[in-house]
Design a binder for this molecule. Structure first.
Ligand code: CO8
Length: 372
């Protein structure tokens, strides 16, 4: 058996930013348009009017201040409220592969490796732009990588589940060097017209290079991983290839975009995550005090504060549980990897930390790492 180690990470950040104030101005203009168009039905009590959103609510409820997106103009057009992305020919890189490539190249550069040295690419994200051929295989070709590649989707937990899959193959010897890449175009499946969730997500791509520690002797050894799932409908998206077969299949139905019962998710996922991390550490005989840092999934500041307190048994000190969600919002599977990428360079050999993601499924994944 070999030891798997994370030797490089990379983040692709889209060039366009939407602040809470930008977002709320567009949403409120959309709500006014909607209410005017539906004035008769609203007056008759047949349709509920849309209420205005507020920047103060968004910051207080989530901790989010801004988000990056692949297309700002489409999202902020009150008559549209979703991105406008150009049609690409089948012979040019798809948008997910393009975002992924940038993140992969940064991860490779950090480790001093070339694409040709990679023999596994896992594209792990909460939605894929097409069913096949796998986006991962396109990325493999664009990188000039060898071996094999495949897509996987475990929603917000895709990165940690992908890291477990890659690390297990590296330990077993079937793979020598793997890239787990998370291109998230959440703006394409977020319902920007829904006040309850329009502020939650942003676009980004992250990549994690995993090698045999025996080849690298730097970075972070993956001491262990732990993944768990438990079915829940509280975060759901019903879009899929069977859509056109259904009686109202092509209608602009609410359930074709992201839907959630935010309060229930909050209440149900927190205890799951706290128990999951506790059991992971206990199984490895690691006391929570041994952890220098928690790199948590980036969905909600209050959730992360709560998890940090429960896991450590006290309020986390500054830097022990860094958040990036104020700048990126929830980027689904990429959030904990953005935090890891930004806050890992001050580790000394032997110091440990835990990457943890959680979300739809429900799903929870954790990766215990130790600086080499
Ligand atoms: N402006 C003003 N008021 C608002 C707004 C708004 N934008 N939105 C809601 N309100 C009102 C509500 O109507 C409600 O009013 P009232 O009290 O009169 O009923 C009040 O504010 C409180 O609303 P909530 O109870 O909904 O507010 P919360 O405090 O619960 O905060 C959150 C809402 C922020 C959504 C919170 O519940 C949360 O963060 N929950 C956890 C969410 C989470 O972690 N989800 C994980 C999803 S990510 C995942 O798994 C990946 C899925 C795949 C990616 C999809 C990409 C698109």
């Amino acid at each position: 058996m070999f030891t798997a180690a994370i030797t490089g990470t990379g983040v692709f950040t889209p060039p366009e930013v939407i602040t809470n104030d930008d977002l709320v101005a567009a949403f409120n203009a959309h709500a006014d348009l909607y209410n005017a168009e539906n004035a008769a039905a609203i007056a008759a009590g047949e349709v509920a009017p849309k209420e205005h959103s507020s920047s103060e609510f968004i910051l207080k409820a989530s901790g989010i201040e801004r988000r990056f997106v692949m297309d700002r103009a489409g999202v902020l057009d009150p008559a549209r409220m979703y991105p406008r992305l150009r049609q690409r020919s089948d012979d040019e890189p798809g948008i997910m592969a393009e975002m992924a490539l940038d993140a992969c190249r940064k991860a490779l550069a950090q480790a001093g490796r070339a694409g040709a040295e990679v023999d596994l690419v896992i594209c792990a994200a909460s939605n894929m732009e097409r069913a096949y051929p796998a986006v991962a295989i396109e990325i493999q070709r664009l990188l000039g990588a060898g071996g094999f590649a495949f897509d996987m989707n475990v929603a917000c937990s895709s990165a940690t589940f992908g890291i477990q899959a890659a690390a297990d193959m590296i330990r077993a010897g079937s793979v020598r060097r793997a890239l787990v890449v998370n291109p998230e175009i959440t703006s394409g499946h977020l319902e920007w017209r829904d006040r309850d969730c329009h502020f939650i997500f942003g676009d980004v791509a992250t990549a994690t290079l995993i090698e045999r520690a025996e080849d690298a002797a730097r970075g972070f050894a993956i001491r262990s991983t732990r993944c768990a799932t438990e079915f829940s409908n509280n975060i759901r998206n019903n879009n899929g290839f069977l859509r056109r077969t259904r009686p109202d299949g092509m209608a602009d139905r609410r359930d074709m975009q992201f839907m959630q019962e935010g309060r229930k998710v909050f209440k149900e996922v927190l205890p799951l995550v706290v128990a999951h991390i506790g059991a992971h550490l206990e199984a490895d005989g690691i006391a929570p005090e041994r952890l220098k840092r928690l790199w948590l999934h980036q969905a909600n500041k209050t959730m992360n504060d709560f998890i940090g307190r429960k896991v450590l048994g006290r309020d986390p000190a500054p830097g022990e549980q860094p958040n990036i969600l104020q700048d990126y919002a929830n980027t689904s599977s990429a959030g904990s990897i953005i935090a890891f990428d930004a806050f890992k360079d001050d580790f000394a050999a032997g110091e440990m930390g835990l990457i943890c993601s959680f979300g739809a499924g429900y799903s929870v994944g954790s990766v215990l790492v130790e600086k080499l």
